[in-house]
Ligand binder design. Structure first.
Ligand code: UD1
Length: 344
């Protein structure tokens, strides 16, 4: 297929582009090489046999030329992470949401009808959990005063009791709890509006915590694995927030790229969301220990610090991706962490 990958010079994009080329697709990349992600023109090398459009995805007028002759788009260009503070909010809205609407409008103009969209598990917020009395509930937001007291678990919204974990599936309602999460939820809504109006197809890939070679480091938007790795490389202990019991699903970037490509190749009708995780939740504390061991660095420090925008647990059921697109993760957690310590 002739595929345009937006954000194709980024962390996930680089792996997607190589995966597509390996499978014989004709690939073009659209990327602005934004300076808060790319440290200059030298930190990314354009793969051979790939057209490159250095375009900001918000530049509607420039998008048409990049879309000419394309059969499908994989839209990865976005601002990620929790951000520095609220001053980042307009940029999340602009880059992720205005950018997506410009892309969708251009796809409608040019007549490109297949979209694979990078969404996120954070659209579910705290997801769902089990109360011993009230069954499956949506956890209440964590209050600043509770976090300051060290009460990290989100309580039952009805009785305030602690909740047991539960894997969320794709039907779980959205409950975005920070600007990035909101921007990802809104991207999905716009994409669905576009699909309805044009008859196009959308696969919304709700990625878990992606790690692996090339992960963004030393920026305010880096994820926890990159932050821990940078600390360990400096000889410092990783600082684990809260009590380290936050559960995440760390999924390897090659597995994420394979899932994304599978969706781009196979999903041709309607709007469908897919959770993309390894299926094995870990705690942030466990991940810190695994990385410290793999690098031979100092033991992690559990700090009790916290960030208001963080959700406590994000763990989802990725079985739809197995069932409908025949995808399985291939990289085991320990192998992925060991590789990260060597090459990332
Ligand atoms: C991450 C991604 C987000 C993605 C989501 C999907 C980043 C920055 N965020 O969000 O783009 O959509 O996964 O699930 O890549 N922590 C520490 N110590 C630190 C920093 C963080 O313990 O120094 C903890 C945080 O308190 C949090 C956890 O690590 O509980 C994960 O944080 P982080 O990787 O920043 O973001 P996610 O919310 O998981």
């Amino acid at each position: 297929m002739r595929i345009l990958v937006t954000g194709g010079a980024g962390f996930i994009g680089t792996h997607v582009v190589h995966g597509l080329l390996d499978r014989g697709h004709e690939v073009a990349i659209l990327d602005s090489l934004r300076p808060d992600v790319h440290r200059g023109p030298t930190d990314w090398r354009r793969p051979r046999d790939v057209a490159f459009h250095r375009i900001d995805v918000r530049d509607g007028a420039a998008l048409d030329a990049a879309l000419q002759g394309r059969e499908a788009v994989i839209h990865l260009a976005a601002k990620v992470g929790l951000g520095v503070d609220l001053s980042d909010m307009p940029d999340y809205a602009s880059t992720n949401d205005v950018g997506t609407t410009e892309l969708l409008a251009a796809m409608a103009r040019v007549g490109v009808g297949r979209l694979t969209l990078a969404s996120s598990m954070v659209v579910y917020g705290e997801g769902e959990a089990l109360c011993p009395e009230h069954g499956a509930v949506r956890p209440a937001p964590r209050l600043e005063a509770a976090l300051a007291r060290g009460d990290y678990e989100p309580p039952c919204p009805h009785c305030g009791r602690p909740l047991a974990p539960r894997l969320v599936d794709e039907a779980t309602p959205f409950d975005p709890r920070n600007a990035y999460a909101t921007s990802k939820a809104v991207q999905e809504y716009y994409a669905a509006n576009w699909a309805r109006a044009t008859g196009g197809s959308v696969a919304a890939m709700r990625y878990h915590n992606v790690y692996g070679p090339g992960l963004p480091k030393d920026t305010p938007y880096a994820g926890v694995a990159a932050i821990f790795l940078s600390a360990l490389r400096r000889g410092a202990a990783p600082t684990v927030y809260e009590d380290g019991g936050q559960r995440r699903d760390f999924v390897h970037v090659r597995d994420v790229a394979a899932a994304t490509i599978r969706a781009a190749e196979r999903h041709v009708e309607g709007v469908r969301a897919f959770n993309v995780g390894s299926g094995t939740p870990r705690t942030v504390g466990d991940m810190a220990v695994a990385l410290a061991q793999a690098t031979g660095g100092p033991e992690p420090v559990v700090s009790g610090r916290w960030r208001l925008g963080d959700v406590r647990h994000i763990t989802a059921d990725s079985s739809r991706l197995h069932r409908e697109l025949d995808w399985r993760p291939a990289v085991a957690f320990d192998d992925g962490m060991a590789e990260l310590s060597r090459v990332a």
